[in-house]
Write a protein that binds this ligand. Structure first.
Ligand code: UD1
Length: 342
């Protein structure tokens, strides 16, 4: 069966994608330096699918190791590149750490595979749109100046990929622009494992609900939205994982749009922070404590995706709703309470 290299495959989105690749009959091979993940995730994947993915622990910034991996695995035809730093606030404090890691790892991979026929899927983000002029935002919307070094790494990585595709016809590349991935696998054996205080909304909600954190602060209630809180397009991580399988399949089949393409990966619907809090309470029966605080620097007011291109051309559509996202996130938090992985 077709071997797919999954960098960052022990991470949150990576581990769910490894499971969906296995379910679809692929053989994922994981590379991860475990800097923001736990090797125990491989046991968890094995519990779900019955198959332990092959694993190589090293840093993709190490060019020699990347070349050695490629030489040792001549049969890899697909790459899904998740491995990257992703904390917005930290990237503002430590921009060079972000530029070094996110660019060197990408360029090393692309160099190592230059001349070899490969299908390449990249983890991008709706952050490239900034605050879009029109909603829902389509893939044709202009890329806005990044709000953070993290966001800039996504924008420039997309440019690196489109230029590489133009120069090397061996490459077939898709960038997936994720909206806000949340939730966990229905087994509750894998999910998000934030390091320290969660910066993202849903892990903060579940940790607050389980008593690990104090009340949630809603960052701003004076936005120009129906309830005043900011709106995002939350997408279940299992749906997102399946979008990667769809992208690999499209690349295998041959993408009629050419050898570089981008797709939005969201549900096409927006939910406000207060709606997410309500959805959590309604779907789990657990009451949350929250307070209203000031806006967070760098946040956009509202963004949700137009997903017609993904639906029509990628042949993929989100299936799980916000209640399922909240229920699964909560089940995972409760599992972690009994079986801490960090
Ligand atoms: C953020 C990044 C995005 C990145 C993603 C990956 C920004 C501007 N965007 O998405 O580029 O790809 O993380 O990690 O940082 N909120 C609260 N209280 C909280 C936490 C969040 O009210 O304690 C609000 C936020 O203000 C926002 C919404 O919840 O309106 C979602 O926040 P979050 O989960 O951090 O995601 P984004 O900021 O959308």
């Amino acid at each position: 069966m077709s071997k797919i290299l999954v960098t960052g495959g022990t991470g949150y989105i990576g581990s769910h994608t490894v499971v969906e690749l296995q379910n679809a009959g692929y053989t994922p091979i994981v590379i991860d330096n475990l800097v923001n993940s736990n090797v125990g995730v491989l046991d968890q994947v094995e519990k779900i699918t019955g198959v332990r993915p092959a694993f190589h622990q090293f840093d993709l910034c190490d060019e020699e190791k990347v070349h050695q991996f490629v030489a040792d695995h001549p049969d890899v035809r697909g790459i899904i590149h998740f491995a990257a730093y992703k904390a917005v606030g930290e990237s503002v404090q430590q921009p060079l750490k972000y530029y070094h890691n996110n660019f060197f790892s990408l360029v090393n991979l692309l160099n190592a595979y230059a001349g070899k026929p490969v299908n390449f899927v990249f983890s991008s983000s709706c952050t490239v749109y900034g605050q879009p002029d029109e909603l829902p935002v389509t893939e044709a919307a202009p890329v806005k100046k990044a709000e953070s070094p993290y966001g800039n790494t996504k924008q420039v990585s997309e440019e690196i990929l489109s230029e590489t595709a133009a120069a090397f016809s061996n490459y077939n590349i898709i960038s997936l622009r994720y909206f806000n991935p949340v939730g966990a696998h229905e087994s509750a054996l894998i999910g998000e494992l934030p390091l320290g205080v969660p910066q993202n909304l849903v892990p903060f909600i579940t940790q607050s609900a389980v008593g690990k954190r104090g009340p949630i602060t809603v960052f701003g209630n004076n936005y120009n939205t129906p309830d005043g809180s900011a709106i995002r397009d939350y997408i279940h991580v299992v749906d997102l994982a399946k979008a990667h399988v769809a992208a690999i399949r499209l690349l295998e089949k041959g993408n009629p749009n050419g050898n570089y393409d981008v797709f939005n990966v969201g549900t096409g619907q927006g939910n406000s922070v207060l709606e997410v809090i309500n959805a959590f309470e309604d779907s789990t029966g657990v009451k949350l404590n929250y307070q209203i605080g000031p806006r967070r620097a760098g946040d956009v007011e509202q963004v949700w995706g137009d997903v017609s291109k993904s639906t029509n051309e990628l042949g993929w559509k989100a299936e799980l709703d916000i209640s399922e996202m909240m229920r699964s996130a909560w089940k995972w938090e409760q599992y972690l309470k009994e079986h801490p992985l960090r």
